[in-house]
Design a protein. Structure first.
Length: 96
């Protein structure tokens, strides 16, 4: 990864927040919402994109009469996040 080739999944603050929140384990939609303080609609769109790109997965379960969705970062998502962090470290080191 280089500065001109940052994946779209990591280029929007909300997407980066969502991915970062999942590094420490699975989270439900509501748990993520509380952490990132975004609207339901915006979160739904961004989570769908992240899942489409292979950064996260989701599992939907019926809980009573409601659907409960749980999200988890994929190995690919972790790998890409690590590459992004390494790129940022390199940029900072070159600035000194």
């Amino acid at each position: 990864m280089d500065i001109n080739n940052i994946p779209e999944a990591l280029s929007l603050p909300l997407r980066l927040k969502l991915i970062s929140c999942l590094v420490n384990g699975k989270k439900t939609f509501n748990e993520l919402k509380d952490l990132v303080e975004a609207s339901d609609g915006n979160m739904s769109v961004q989570l769908s994109k992240l899942e489409q790109w292979g950064f996260i997965t989701s599992v939907k379960k019926i809980d009573g009469k409601k659907t409960k969705t749980t999200y988890e970062i994929t190995d690919y998502g972790i790998c890409m996040l690590k590459e992004y962090v390494e790129l940022l470290k390199k940029v900072i080191m070159e600035a000194d």
